[in-house]
Design a binder for this molecule. Structure first.
Ligand code: FES
Length: 576
């Protein structure tokens, strides 16, 4: 039974539809132009459904169908659904990087919510940046909101082998570059990986962020683990539609749900999942929109105490479909119960504790016991030192342990074009102990901080069987990727961070246990280099890219725009 906290007259949409003036009449009449009578929209909560479907989003191809199921749920609960398309940010097709456009979608979704006659919103996302962007928008607007996760695609198969998105492509790509397989085999591997609608099915950024959204209490319990094409996914979509109408009457908003504990819970789950390094950036940005400060030190504190128990690629062995059959996120939350604040509120109107009642772990090989973890600490470690004064990240579970404590000579690439041009040059002075360094690939330098951080191993070393090296950059890497890749160095090279001062042959020291990353070059020498340093020319002087470069914050601050992070929402529009 829904406890109504608000009445019809105080619905936000009534500011458009209610008044008996010229504008109110016009809003009602124009809705009739769309084929809706006052029985459809009058006296009902209006639910915006932000749909990130497009022909170019390979992971959201089921959203055309799912949106109908959400609408059905809204109608069933006595609401009026309004579908609002938004930039879809398909990770594979959008260049130079969807990260450049995460803030664009966050702004677009915020404005869509603000300017339309809606009382609450369903957020349809999943493919990497769509989740944080939609959450950032909804938290800023603070209307009742539910996130509907796209869900992962089915497992990949090739020649009897189970394959994970990204992770196994990268492995086979290294084999192809080493001359071990031909193009036809590689095409077949990639073909075998894309079997259905849904997001990448390893614990990449999409699966991590969908799980985080559910942990934050912003999605229906259990929703984030359901494979995209499972009939339970369709059932979850209509249930989402029913629930948002109730939430509008209950006036249950993100600000009633989220607090510091919600974000600590999210960080704990991220560490236990062996989640994507991208989660650090996104969670900081999302928390900022809720007015909550998260920093990298807090993540590292949590990482020291939470073991990785999700045995999922790229850190582990299984895939998201296996995770669902093993009990999914609810089972993982149950296993972490002692570590979480189970009193945290959720969109159900109840607590996390109520949401995991009845949950069970069905496969202890997929969701491991706490005393038999995949790794004794969290999946991501935060490093600091003179090379990264504001911090950087490494997915320690996806790195070769022989590099946990390592010293090597830098091989420096000044940007991505330089890397592409020289990495396979037979004359490149490099060996398996070298440290590959990529500069000017951060939020401003690239721009948009693309996923170039898993720098390719030089072909001549691949042929010798080398499959991991220490790699350092100010960009990101795909959550599906692996290797000893130190990412998100802050401040970035393009604004004069110490990464810009590294030269070929400098010694770099990495110590994951002590969380240290240092350039072993004399301070005076670094000061001299800094005096000679010139900022690279920024590639765009107009449009959104120029706005991005002027206002994006650094990786350790979440890469939100400085005028939106912690900012107050723009006032409600005048309606006349
Ligand atoms: Fe969409 Fe990986 S490409 S989630």
């Amino acid at each position: 039974m829904v406890k109504r906290k608000i009445n019809l007259g105080s619905l936000r949409s009534q500011r458009w539809y209610g008044p008996e003036d010229m504008r109110g009449t016009s809003h009602r009449a124009r809705s009739r132009q769309l084929g809706y009578s006052s029985e459809d929209f009058g006296g009902k909560p209006c639910v915006g459904i932000i749909n990130t479907w497009s022909d170019m989003n390979t992971c959201h191809s089921h959203f055309k169908q799912r949106v109908e199921e959400i609408k059905r749920g809204v109608y069933e609960s006595g609401g009026f659904p309004i579908e609002l398309p938004a930039m879809s940010l398909g990770e594979i097709m959008v260049k130079p990087s969807t990260m450049l456009y995460r803030n664009f979608l966050a702004m677009e979704a915020e404005e869509l919510i603000r300017c339309h006659p809606i009382d609450g919103v369903v957020l349809m996302g999943g493919c990497d940046k769509t989740t944080p962007a939609l959450l950032m928008a909804a938290l800023t607007m603070d209307l009742p909101a539910i996130y509907m996760p796209a869900g992962p695609m089915l497992r990949g198969y090739y020649a009897g082998e189970t394959l994970g998105s990204g992770t196994d492509v990268l492995r086979y790509w290294a084999d192809k570059r080493a001359g071990l397989i031909d193009q036809d085999t590689f095409e077949n591997v990639v073909g075998g990986l894309s079997r259905s609608a849904g997001t990448c099915m390893v614990m990449g950024t999409a699966a991590t962020m969908m799980s985080i959204a559910e942990t934050l209490g912003l999605a229906l319990p259990g929703s984030s683990s359901i494979p995209a094409v499972d009939s339970h996914h369709a059932l979850m979509a209509s249930a989402t539609g029913r629930r948002i109408v109730e939430m509008i009457w209950e006036d249950l908003k993100p600000s009633d749900i989220l607090n510091q504990s919600s974000f600590d819970n999210a960080a704990i789950v991220d560490m236990a999942l062996g989640g994507s390094t991208n989660a650090m950036i996104h969670l900081i940005a999302v928390a900022g929109r809720a007015g909550i400060k998260l920093d990298l030190d807090q993540f590292d504190k949590i990482s020291r105490t939470i073991p990785v128990i999700a045995n999922i690629k790229p850190s582990g062995k299984f895939l998201m479909e296996d995770f669902y059959y093993a009990g999914g996120l609810k089972a993982l939350l149950l296993r972490l119960a002692d570590k979480l604040d189970l009193d945290a509120k959720t969109i159900t109107g109840g607590t996390l504790s109520e949401n995991i009642k009845g949950a069970e772990v069905y496969d202890n090989d997929v969701i491991l016991p706490l005393d038999k973890p995949l790794y004794h600490e969290g999946g991501t470690a935060i490093l600091k030192g003179n090379l990264a004064p504001n911090g950087c990240v490494i997915k320690q579970t996806a790195a070769d342990p022989k590099f946990y404590n390592h010293k090597g000579k830098a091989v420096v690439f000044s940007n991505y074009s330089d890397l592409s041009a020289r990495i396979d040059d037979p004359k490149l002075v490099v060996d398996e102990n070298s440290v590959l360094v990529l500069q000017n690939s951060g939020p401003i330098g690239a721009p948009g901080m693309p996923e170039w951080g898993m720098l390719p191993i030089p072909k001549k070393l691949l042929k010798k069987g080398v499959r991991d090296m220490v790699r350092i950059s100010d960009c990101r890497m795909s959550g599906t990727a692996y290797g000893t890749c130190i990412l998100h160095i802050s401040p970035e090279a393009a604004i004069g961070g110490p990464l810009a001062l590294v030269k070929d042959g400098d010694i770099i020291e990495l110590n994951i246990h002590d969380r240290e990353l240092n350039l072993l070059v004399d301070r005076k020498e670094l000061e001299k280099r800094k005096l000679k340093w010139k900022a690279p020319k920024f590639p765009a002087s107009r449009g959104y890219t120029a706005l991005f470069a002027q206002h994006v914050t650094q990786a350790h601050e979440g890469c939100d725009f400085d005028f939106l992070h912690f900012g107050k929402p723009t006032p409600e529009p005048l309606i006349f």
